[in-house]
Design a protein around this ligand. Structure first.
Ligand code: C5P
Length: 227
Protein backbone atom coordinates (compact mmCIF):
# COMPACT_ATOMS: atom_id res chain seq x y z
CA UNK A 1 0.00 0.00 0.00
CA UNK A 2 1.29 3.48 -0.85
CA UNK A 3 1.86 6.16 1.73
CA UNK A 4 0.05 9.47 1.76
CA UNK A 5 -0.32 12.39 4.15
CA UNK A 6 -3.73 12.88 5.76
CA UNK A 7 -4.51 16.26 7.33
CA UNK A 8 -7.49 16.51 9.66
CA UNK A 9 -8.36 20.03 10.77
CA UNK A 10 -11.35 21.57 12.44
CA UNK A 11 -12.85 23.27 15.46
CA UNK A 12 -12.19 22.07 19.00
CA UNK A 13 -13.89 18.95 20.26
CA UNK A 14 -15.14 17.79 16.87
CA UNK A 15 -13.77 14.33 17.61
CA UNK A 16 -10.82 14.84 15.23
CA UNK A 17 -8.36 12.94 17.35
CA UNK A 18 -10.62 9.92 17.87
CA UNK A 19 -11.14 9.60 14.12
CA UNK A 20 -7.52 10.36 13.25
CA UNK A 21 -6.27 7.76 15.74
CA UNK A 22 -8.57 5.03 14.35
CA UNK A 23 -7.79 5.96 10.79
CA UNK A 24 -4.06 5.70 11.43
CA UNK A 25 -4.57 2.31 13.06
CA UNK A 26 -6.60 0.99 10.09
CA UNK A 27 -3.96 2.16 7.60
CA UNK A 28 -0.89 1.26 9.69
CA UNK A 29 0.08 4.95 9.69
CA UNK A 30 1.65 7.17 12.36
CA UNK A 31 -0.80 9.41 14.23
CA UNK A 32 0.19 12.86 15.53
CA UNK A 33 -2.06 14.99 17.75
CA UNK A 34 -0.69 18.51 17.25
CA UNK A 35 -3.12 19.97 19.80
CA UNK A 36 -1.24 17.96 22.44
CA UNK A 37 1.95 19.80 21.46
CA UNK A 38 0.35 23.26 21.92
CA UNK A 39 -1.07 21.99 25.21
CA UNK A 40 2.40 20.81 26.28
CA UNK A 41 3.93 24.24 25.67
CA UNK A 42 0.99 25.81 27.52
CA UNK A 43 1.44 23.53 30.54
CA UNK A 44 5.11 24.48 30.68
CA UNK A 45 4.16 28.19 30.46
CA UNK A 46 1.60 27.81 33.25
CA UNK A 47 3.98 25.95 35.55
CA UNK A 48 6.57 28.69 35.15
CA UNK A 49 4.04 31.49 35.59
CA UNK A 50 4.41 32.83 32.05
CA UNK A 51 0.63 32.54 31.53
CA UNK A 52 -2.36 31.91 33.76
CA UNK A 53 -1.33 34.34 36.52
CA UNK A 54 -2.22 37.99 37.00
CA UNK A 55 -0.13 39.08 34.05
CA UNK A 56 1.32 37.18 31.08
CA UNK A 57 5.07 37.14 30.57
CA UNK A 58 5.35 36.25 26.90
CA UNK A 59 8.97 37.47 26.66
CA UNK A 60 9.85 35.03 29.44
CA UNK A 61 8.15 32.22 27.55
CA UNK A 62 9.95 33.12 24.32
CA UNK A 63 13.28 33.02 26.12
CA UNK A 64 12.44 29.64 27.65
CA UNK A 65 11.22 28.08 24.37
CA UNK A 66 14.53 26.26 23.66
CA UNK A 67 14.17 24.52 27.06
CA UNK A 68 10.86 22.94 26.09
CA UNK A 69 11.42 19.42 24.91
CA UNK A 70 8.35 17.59 23.65
CA UNK A 71 8.12 14.03 22.44
CA UNK A 72 5.52 11.36 21.87
CA UNK A 73 6.16 7.93 23.36
CA UNK A 74 4.08 4.96 22.26
CA UNK A 75 2.26 3.25 25.13
CA UNK A 76 1.83 -0.35 24.04
CA UNK A 77 -0.74 -1.20 26.70
CA UNK A 78 -2.99 1.73 25.73
CA UNK A 79 -2.32 1.42 22.01
CA UNK A 80 -1.52 5.11 21.49
CA UNK A 81 1.25 7.65 22.01
CA UNK A 82 1.48 9.90 25.05
CA UNK A 83 3.03 13.35 25.27
CA UNK A 84 6.19 13.84 27.34
CA UNK A 85 7.29 17.32 28.41
CA UNK A 86 10.96 17.33 29.37
CA UNK A 87 10.80 13.57 29.99
CA UNK A 88 7.66 13.70 32.15
CA UNK A 89 4.45 12.06 31.00
CA UNK A 90 1.92 14.93 30.93
CA UNK A 91 -0.80 13.23 28.93
CA UNK A 92 -3.44 13.62 31.69
CA UNK A 93 -2.52 17.12 32.78
CA UNK A 94 -2.60 18.68 29.30
CA UNK A 95 -6.26 17.66 28.86
CA UNK A 96 -7.63 19.62 31.85
CA UNK A 97 -9.95 22.61 31.43
CA UNK A 98 -7.29 24.78 33.11
CA UNK A 99 -4.92 24.10 30.19
CA UNK A 100 -7.76 24.42 27.64
CA UNK A 101 -8.42 27.92 28.99
CA UNK A 102 -4.87 29.11 28.22
CA UNK A 103 -3.87 27.10 25.16
CA UNK A 104 -5.45 29.15 22.38
CA UNK A 105 -3.66 32.30 23.53
CA UNK A 106 -0.32 30.50 23.64
CA UNK A 107 -1.07 29.13 20.16
CA UNK A 108 -1.30 32.68 18.77
CA UNK A 109 2.43 33.25 19.42
CA UNK A 110 4.35 33.05 16.15
CA UNK A 111 7.58 31.65 17.64
CA UNK A 112 5.64 28.85 19.35
CA UNK A 113 3.96 27.97 16.06
CA UNK A 114 7.23 28.05 14.12
CA UNK A 115 8.87 25.67 16.60
CA UNK A 116 5.98 23.19 16.59
CA UNK A 117 5.33 23.33 12.84
CA UNK A 118 9.01 22.49 12.17
CA UNK A 119 8.73 19.46 14.49
CA UNK A 120 5.50 18.36 12.80
CA UNK A 121 6.98 18.63 9.31
CA UNK A 122 9.93 16.53 10.42
CA UNK A 123 7.61 13.84 11.87
CA UNK A 124 5.67 13.65 8.60
CA UNK A 125 8.52 13.88 6.12
CA UNK A 126 8.21 10.21 5.07
CA UNK A 127 4.41 10.36 4.69
CA UNK A 128 2.26 7.51 6.04
CA UNK A 129 0.90 9.90 8.64
CA UNK A 130 -2.42 11.16 9.95
CA UNK A 131 -2.04 14.52 11.67
CA UNK A 132 -4.82 16.48 13.33
CA UNK A 133 -4.93 20.13 14.33
CA UNK A 134 -5.99 23.54 13.03
CA UNK A 135 -3.40 24.38 10.36
CA UNK A 136 -2.30 21.01 9.03
CA UNK A 137 -3.87 21.33 5.57
CA UNK A 138 -3.09 25.05 5.28
CA UNK A 139 0.42 25.41 6.74
CA UNK A 140 2.06 22.19 7.95
CA UNK A 141 1.28 20.00 4.93
CA UNK A 142 -0.41 22.13 2.25
CA UNK A 143 0.35 19.33 -0.25
CA UNK A 144 -1.38 16.61 1.81
CA UNK A 145 -3.15 14.16 -0.50
CA UNK A 146 -6.23 14.02 1.72
CA UNK A 147 -7.54 16.97 3.74
CA UNK A 148 -10.58 16.75 5.97
CA UNK A 149 -12.19 19.69 7.78
CA UNK A 150 -14.39 18.54 10.65
CA UNK A 151 -17.23 20.61 12.05
CA UNK A 152 -20.17 20.14 14.43
CA UNK A 153 -22.35 22.60 16.31
CA UNK A 154 -20.73 24.20 19.40
CA UNK A 155 -23.45 22.64 21.60
CA UNK A 156 -22.76 19.12 20.26
CA UNK A 157 -19.03 19.59 20.77
CA UNK A 158 -19.40 21.02 24.27
CA UNK A 159 -21.68 18.14 25.28
CA UNK A 160 -19.06 15.62 24.09
CA UNK A 161 -16.20 17.38 25.86
CA UNK A 162 -18.28 17.84 29.04
CA UNK A 163 -18.99 14.10 29.19
CA UNK A 164 -15.31 13.33 28.60
CA UNK A 165 -14.13 15.68 31.39
CA UNK A 166 -16.74 14.35 33.86
CA UNK A 167 -15.57 10.83 33.03
CA UNK A 168 -12.07 11.88 34.04
CA UNK A 169 -13.37 13.18 37.37
CA UNK A 170 -13.04 16.92 36.59
CA UNK A 171 -15.57 19.15 38.33
CA UNK A 172 -16.86 21.30 35.48
CA UNK A 173 -20.20 22.63 34.32
CA UNK A 174 -21.60 22.27 30.81
CA UNK A 175 -21.80 26.08 30.57
CA UNK A 176 -18.07 26.45 31.35
CA UNK A 177 -17.16 23.89 28.72
CA UNK A 178 -19.42 25.52 26.10
CA UNK A 179 -17.89 28.91 26.86
CA UNK A 180 -14.39 27.48 26.46
CA UNK A 181 -15.27 25.81 23.14
CA UNK A 182 -16.72 29.08 21.80
CA UNK A 183 -13.76 31.15 23.03
CA UNK A 184 -11.24 28.78 21.46
CA UNK A 185 -13.20 28.76 18.16
CA UNK A 186 -13.05 32.55 18.13
CA UNK A 187 -9.36 32.90 19.01
CA UNK A 188 -8.32 30.04 16.69
CA UNK A 189 -10.10 31.48 13.68
CA UNK A 190 -9.18 35.14 14.25
CA UNK A 191 -5.47 34.92 15.11
CA UNK A 192 -2.88 36.59 12.90
CA UNK A 193 -0.60 33.61 12.27
CA UNK A 194 -2.12 30.59 10.54
CA UNK A 195 -5.73 31.07 11.63
CA UNK A 196 -8.08 28.11 11.50
CA UNK A 197 -9.71 28.06 8.07
CA UNK A 198 -10.76 25.50 5.52
CA UNK A 199 -7.80 24.52 3.36
CA UNK A 200 -8.05 24.42 -0.39
CA UNK A 201 -9.19 20.99 -1.66
CA UNK A 202 -10.42 20.08 1.78
CA UNK A 203 -13.48 17.86 2.33
CA UNK A 204 -15.86 19.45 4.81
CA UNK A 205 -17.30 16.97 7.22
CA UNK A 206 -20.11 17.85 9.63
CA UNK A 207 -20.39 15.06 12.16
CA UNK A 208 -23.09 16.53 14.45
CA UNK A 209 -25.40 13.61 13.64
CA UNK A 210 -22.94 10.93 12.67
CA UNK A 211 -21.70 8.00 14.71
CA UNK A 212 -18.04 7.10 14.99
CA UNK A 213 -18.24 4.05 12.73
CA UNK A 214 -19.95 5.92 9.90
CA UNK A 215 -17.37 8.72 10.08
CA UNK A 216 -14.49 6.30 10.06
CA UNK A 217 -15.91 4.25 7.16
CA UNK A 218 -16.44 7.37 5.06
CA UNK A 219 -13.01 8.87 5.68
CA UNK A 220 -11.28 5.52 5.25
CA UNK A 221 -13.05 5.24 1.91
CA UNK A 222 -11.75 8.64 0.81
CA UNK A 223 -8.24 7.55 1.78
CA UNK A 224 -8.38 4.17 0.07
CA UNK A 225 -9.51 5.79 -3.17
CA UNK A 226 -6.27 7.80 -3.22
CA UNK A 227 -3.78 5.29 -1.87
O1 C5P B 1 -6.85 19.89 19.34
P1 C5P B 1 -6.94 20.53 20.70
O2 C5P B 1 -8.31 21.02 21.03
O3 C5P B 1 -6.36 19.69 21.77
O4 C5P B 1 -5.98 21.81 20.57
C1 C5P B 1 -5.83 22.72 21.63
C2 C5P B 1 -5.58 24.12 21.09
O5 C5P B 1 -4.30 24.17 20.47
C3 C5P B 1 -6.56 24.62 20.05
O6 C5P B 1 -7.71 25.22 20.61
C4 C5P B 1 -5.72 25.63 19.28
O7 C5P B 1 -5.73 26.88 19.96
C5 C5P B 1 -4.31 25.07 19.37
N1 C5P B 1 -3.89 24.37 18.15
C6 C5P B 1 -3.39 25.11 17.11
N2 C5P B 1 -2.89 24.50 16.01
C7 C5P B 1 -2.89 23.16 15.90
C8 C5P B 1 -3.41 22.37 16.96
C9 C5P B 1 -3.92 23.01 18.07
O8 C5P B 1 -3.38 26.34 17.18
N3 C5P B 1 -2.36 22.58 14.82
Amino acid sequence: MGKITIAIDGFSSTGKSTIAKQLAKSLGYIYVDTGAMYRGVTLFAMRHGYVGGEEDNIDGLLEALPNINLKFVYNKALGFSELYLNDENVEQEIRTLAVSRQVSRVATIEAVRLKLVAMQQEMGKDKGIVMDGRDIGTVVFPDAELKIFMTASPETRAARRYKELLGKGEKVTYEDVLKNVQQRDYIDSHREFSPLKIAENSIEFDNSDMGLKEQLDRILNFALRII
